[in-house]
Design a protein around this ligand. Sequence first.
Ligand code: C5P
Length: 324
Amino acid sequence: MVLGMRLLSPAKINLHLRVGPVRSDGFHPLLSWMVTVGLFDILDFALDAAGRVTLVSSDPTLPVDDRNLIVRAARLLQAHVAESMTNALGGEVIDEHRRRAWEESNRVPGVSIRVAKAIPMGGGLGGGSSNAAATLLGLNELWKLSLGRQQLTALAARLGSDVPFFLFGPSSVCESRGEIVRPIGPPAVCKWVLLMLPAISMPTPAVYQRFDTMHVSDSASGWDESVDWSQWRTLVAEELLRKLRNDLEPPAFDLVPELGVLRASAEQIAARPVRMSGSGSTLFTLFDTKDEAQRTESEIQRQLSVRTHVVPIAPEVTKVTPEA
Ligand code: C5P
């Protein structure tokens, strides 16, 4: 009998990120090619018969209450289940005894979750969003809810702009606030990313606000570009890097100039464009081979004080089973 389940929860980068002028709801319309990368948190789920939602983390600095997107995702799904049950009752007038019997046999399910963190936090790698999406997918199975992709996407969008992507992955074009997700083939030749993780935590809302005050969208000509993704995905790393851009770089570097300085140094050492992921602070550059990526990584480490990882782009994920 399956009482638990284990899911790998990958990090992401925004290979390409175009941002339009702020909408009346305070959000900005996006066009982003997002890919998963080979850095994973591990989530273990076990049923809780008493209907509780509890979270234990390997990282003591991670909040495990309602501030955590894993807990928020589980509670959102519980609320959805409770609402569907009430609707199923259809406002039928029934006596108290029958109602209690009904509630007993239709108890809202619970879960205890353990998360082992490997994705650095606060760096634009989407760890929290990925964990939230894994929780929705995991609980849909564990609680046998049979929710379809559309229903899960609507719930995911309520948790955060990057969450819907992780329901689809590993390579998708995301639009609007991120809730319109179109899977596309991952890069065919360019397979490796060198991640640079400065010890800087970027406040996402402040980066978007700076984007507004700098009027980046006025000069971001071509934001409504129609990209031939099927052609872009065949390019070698250096060609692809020349096409990619991130409209949040000017405001992020204006907000934290040392990040812009670091990017310039990294570009010189790597001898190729270096991009920022999301609202930062993660920087990255791309390679066709692991060898080249590792050679550049050694040089970056020798000359700059920044944490680095060389990982595959859109890695194959085989299903993992929990330890006994
Ligand atoms: O949805 P998420 O929690 O990632 O958004 C964090 C903040 O980033 C939002 O409150 C908003 O200020 C800003 N944001 C935005 N437009 C987007 C995504 C995020 O303005 N498309």
